[in-house]
Design a protein around this ligand. Structure first.
Ligand code: CMP
Length: 396
């Protein structure tokens, strides 16, 4: 019993991990999202006061059921916390405590707070209680968004330009609010009589929202408004540019790490020095393919070559035969070397991870690293001869 318990706990940990790519964990995530969706839907419906008493009763049962499912989930996650690799220095209790105070743990705890309300004898009645559930549960949806951590990192990396744009926003806001206050306060004392009131108009205008509840009437006020609207577009464009560049850079860094982990499996790269390798890694891209997907079609123009970092592909040769290529092999080089259409179709036989090298990068690398170019050329030559041999054997 004691021998099997840790294995079960490790399996459960893998199933509950949000980033686990296995089908089982994916199913658990889908089930979790469905339960969450049902819970949120029930909560939203319950806030409609005109609903029939019978329906409200059913909705309350649904909400309690979802709450108890979340309670079970919380206890399970707490139990499996010591399995997490980043808590392996802690004792079991220490790991659980650290998980409990992590963002994930706190969101989980907040989501089950209503269960304690239930034990305390409270009922869910009006829309107030429903809105509490809504706020607590909607946070759980965020746990399913893998890009959240990227977002935080981008915000942290780009904090200096973001701060500059925000400061620019504040300067424009205060200048426009003060100018509008000076021009408009006599004609519209209620809307522009004080700086906070004028600032409300400035925020609505600067963000290009334009509710239209407060409108400048004097010529000066309108001029300020026009300038503010144009500045608003510029400030938003700046912010978009900063965030988009930050995301692209972060993605490139992650891709670099992903590729770095994969290149070790390709023998062709194994003998290269770190500097040469880092140049190639920067140019490779990872692509995941499920089984039975055609990666390269015979006769198509060739714009890239591929290295197999895991999985297997089948090369369907023109004479009807086929060759299987496994981890570490490469394909798609013949079209690049001979600048001709693809000589064969290549499809995955099982889930496969490929490293893609685009033609322009291939030619650049080939000119820098003759050893690599030579190895690829030798293999291409061997394949060409093999295909010719097969073709002539087929004709005979
Ligand atoms: P390309 O012609 O660009 O696209 C199809 C690819 O299949 C080809 O490059 C080679 O990489 C690969 N290929 C062709 N013939 C053989 C072979 N006999 N053995 C292994 N791979 C091959």
């Amino acid at each position: 019993m004691t021998a099997t318990a840790p294995t079960f706990r490790a399996r459960l940990y893998a199933l509950l991990r949000y980033s686990d790519p296995t089908p089982g964990a994916r199913q658990v995530r889908v089930a979790h999202l469905i339960v969450l969706g049902i819970g949120l839907f029930a909560v939203i419906l319950l806030s409609v006061d005109e609903l029939d008493g019978q329906i409200r009763h059913v909705l309350r049962i649904v909400i309690w059921t979802v709450t108890f499912l979340f309670l079970i989930e919380y206890l399970a996650r707490l139990w499996v916390a010591p399995e997490a690799p980043h808590y392996d220095q802690d004792s079991e209790t220490g790991a659980r405590l650290r998980w409990a105070v992590s963002i994930q743990g706190l969101i989980g705890l907040l989501a089950i707070l209503p269960a304690f309300m239930f034990f305390g004898g409270y009922g869910i009645t009006g829309s107030d209680a429903a809105s509490v559930f809504c706020i607590l549960w909607i946070m759980k949806v965020g746990l399913h968004a893998p890009a959240f951590s990227t977002l935080f990192r981008v915000m942290s990396n780009e904090r200096a330009p973001i701060a500059s744009v925000l400061i620019l926003f504040a300067i424009l806001l205060m200048m426009a609010a003060t100018a509008a206050h000076i021009f408009e306060r006599v004609r519209q004392p209620e809307q522009f009589g004080s700086l906070p009131n004028a600032m409300w108009w400035a925020v609505v205008t600067l963000t290009t929202t334009g509710y239209g509840d407060v409108v400048p009437l004097t010529l000066g006020g309108r001029l300020v408004g026009s300038l503010l609207m144009i500045s608003g577009i510029a400030v938003l464009a700046l912010m978009t540019g900063v965030l988009a560049t930050g995301f692209a850079q972060e993605e490139r860094r992650r891709e670099y790490l992903r590729v770095w982990e994969q290149v070790a499996r390709v023998p062709l790269f194994a003998s290269l020095g770190v500097v040469t390798l880092s140049e190639i890694v920067g140019k490779l891209r990872t692509r995941y393919y499920p089984a039975r997907i055609t990666v390269v079609r015979r006769g198509d123009a060739g714009d890239s070559m591929f290295f197999i970092s895991s999985g297997e592909v089948e090369v369907r040769l023109p004479n009807g035969g086929s060759v299987r290529l496994g981890e570490g092999a490469f394909f798609g080089e013949m079209a690049l070397l001979e600048r001709q259409p693809r000589t064969a179709s290549v499809a995955t036989t099982k889930p496969t991870t490929l490293l893609v090298l685009y033609a322009s990068d291939f030619y650049e690398i080939a000119s820098h690293i003759p050893k690599l170019a030579e190895a690829v050329e030798v293999e291409a030559k061997r394949r060409r001869e093999e295909n010719l041999e097969r073709q002539t054997a087929g004709r005979r």
